[in-house]
Write a protein that binds this ligand. Structure first.
Ligand code: ADP
Ligand code: ASP
Ligand code: MG
Length: 271
């Protein structure tokens, strides 16, 4: 039995239909014989919509309240996905980041994961229940809710995979892997079969938001294998792995520096 942490980004859970398709995909992963822990982002552009609401209420919303507000986005999608799984006859339980044991530093809006104590996630798995964890958030100290910065659900998934010693962390998104440049902007961009953590960090630092930079750092530090693949569609995507392993098998070769186009494309908030 293998354990897979499967993360679905905002566009993959943007509406009821897509949430149901994600539920079916999770069901398929279980039918293939894997244990699954799901991590979800907020639906569609809801994080930006919540930020817009806050901006209408106050010119300088308190950081603590912003985190309380934004963390609600991922709570919504995790509860809805748990319902969608339940409707398919698959027992599931939504968990906030805090309930899933994600502990962070206390900086609101840009907290870093210091560790994960996934007792409730393990208990759910042991009971045959699919844990559906709200990404992008954690708990600082005893009970303060923090968020991890834009794209932070990727870090939630990697950190959970590390803590659970999962076999794989799958980042399921709206492209079918990591490309040499943003495939939406560069038609000739080529997909990597494998890419090393270091080259992936360079791409992310250059703005390739397909993986949040912090999540790649975490994966490298804890040696978590990450596969970026399409949420809806076939294909093996891209394996993000040890530099040495990627150097042997990587096709195409990793670029020496990130393509300039990613610096332009990588504005935060594209979820
Ligand atoms: P999610 O909502 O699933 O987290 P993101 O919008 O954060 O998805 O990341 C996926 C997007 O990253 C893609 O739609 C793509 O336009 C963009 N992207 C930028 N650079 C790259 C790259 N080098 N390879 C793949 N995707 C890239
Ligand atoms: N919802 C958050 C964002 O839009 C986190 C994420 O999607 O990973 O940045
Ligand atoms: Mg993202």
């Amino acid at each position: 039995m293998t354990l897979i942490v499967q993360k679905y980004g905002g566009s993959s859970v943007a509406d009821a239909d897509r949430l149901q398709r994600v539920a079916a995909r999770v069901a398929g992963t279980r039918e293939d014989g894997h244990d699954v822990v799901v991590v979800v982002s907020a639906m569609g552009r809801s994080t930006d919509e919540l930020l817009g609401l806050a901006a209408r209420i106050s010119p300088s919303p308190p950081a603590r309240e912003t985190d309380m507000l934004l963390s609600a986005g991922e709570r919504v999608s995790s509860a809805l996905l748990a319902m969608a799984l339940d409707a398919l006859g698959i027992p599931a339980r939504s968990l906030t980041g805090a309930q899933a044991g994600v502990r962070t530093t206390p900086e609101y809006g840009r907290a870093r994961v210091v560790g994960v104590t996934p007792d409730r996630v393990r208990a759910a798995l042991a009971a045959g229940v699919v844990p559906v964890v709200a990404g992008f958030q954690g708990r600082a100290g005893d009970a303060e809710i923090t968020t991890l910065g834009r794209g932070g659900s990727d870090t939630t998934a990697v950190a959970l995979a590390a803590a659970l010693d999962a076999d794989l962390c799958e980042i399921c998104t709206d492209v079918d892997g990591v490309y040499t440049a943003d495939p939406r902007l560069v038609p000739g961009a080529r997909r990597y079969e494998r890419i090393g953590y270091t080259a992936m960090r360079r791409l992310a630092a250059g703005g390739a938001q397909v993986l949040a930079a912090g999540s790649v750092e975490y994966a490298q530090r804890h040696r978590v294998p990450v596969r970026v693949r399409a949420s809806h569609g076939a294909g093996d995507g891209t394996l993000v792995c040890d530099d040495a392993e990627a150097a042997v098998r990587g096709v195409p070769r990793e670029p020496a520096s990130p393509p300039a186009v990613n610096s332009v494309a990588g504005a935060p908030g594209a979820d």
